[in-house]
Ligand binder design. Sequence first.
Ligand code: NAD
Ligand code: MG
Length: 385
Amino acid sequence: MTVRTISVLGATGSIGASTLDLIRRDRAAWRVVALTANGNALALAQLAIEFAAEVAVVAEETALPALREALAGTGIAAAAGEAALIEAAARGADLTVAAIVGCAGLAPTMAAIEQGKTVALANKEALVSAGEVMTAAVLRSGATLLPVDSEHNAIFQCLAGNDMADVRWITLTASGGPFRDWPLERLAHATPAEAVKHPNWSMGAKISVDSATMMNKGLEYIEAFHLFPVGIERLRIIVHPQSVVHSMVEYRDGSTLAQLGPSDMRVPIASALAWPRRMDTPCAPLDLAAIGELTFRAPDEVRFPATRLAREAAHAGGAIPAVLNAANEVAVAAFLAGKLAFTSIAAQVEASLGRYAPPAPASLADVIAVDAEARARTLELLEPA
Ligand code: NAD
Ligand code: MG
């Protein structure tokens, strides 16, 4: 058996934990190169020691002393800051799992892509913001980009062995989130605690709020546009409360292929880890008789305008998806901090989109500049000086 090297960017998060859970069960198959986190030095050090990583990196410089102390005498290198994060991502592991949340993961993900190896992408905000800048880097470096997001992983599986030219529809399924059946009046009073309680999936706080507003599906629509270039008019969204069908591809002959599985991110992560083969997972097998019914319905863009905003941003292209994403990150953070009503998240994003329309970015630096400016402007709208 050949041992493969792996780095996990965002190792302490929900996707990071699911990835390392799979690695833990097959320890001999992997050598861990870099593990990264934002500020939780102790959690990161524990993982770095358990997996005998070469290097552990925290994004926050203030967390470096604690990381150094926790790793003293282990031989594991400790580092901090943006440059160290990028250096760790550029170590060129056979497989890099990009699982940082938000546009903060963009530069490290791009650094991994530049190495021309395999990148398993969970960090959808990076692709939404960078769009063509990232897909061009993938082509240039010869990297293999494997989607980890469950819908995109499903589509990737349904496309295997087929020609994109024969695709009639790519249908992204959406659970509808915890507020799927709430009337609009009640949505205005939704609390952060209610928003992060997803009915089907256990995830980080930011993506949980995105699921509740349906902006997650909007970001995934833009993500699909870049990963599967079948034409934007062939992408659509359908609400499927059970989260069993993870997405579908319909072909010109009328055949629809779907990927089904438990609501457990270890399934799509395993698909990326083992690709093009398959590996065992501890996930409960799908019990369709127990589930009983799979239902589908059209999305409601009156109660959940975020998917409309994302579709419009995808059509506009250029820098607009980066503005959408940055505004959403700022608005979600404000909502989680108790400073913004739930229904104001999409309203803030729409307001930011109406006020800032920079030219299309041509480089990573351009994307980062658009992201920073869009954040600053959204913050200003939220908290006028
Ligand atoms: P999370 O909040 O649980 O974890 C995020 C990770 O990123 C942590 O390790 C954190 O320390 C690190 N991080 C946070 N801010 C950072 C910063 N500024 N700089 C460097 N590192 C930082 O998030 P998650 O739920 O694991 O999601 C990670 C990504 O995967 C997101 O883009 C999300 O949309 C995507 N995703 C997650 C799921 C899921 O089920 N959790 C499913 C599909 C896609
Ligand atoms: Mg998803």
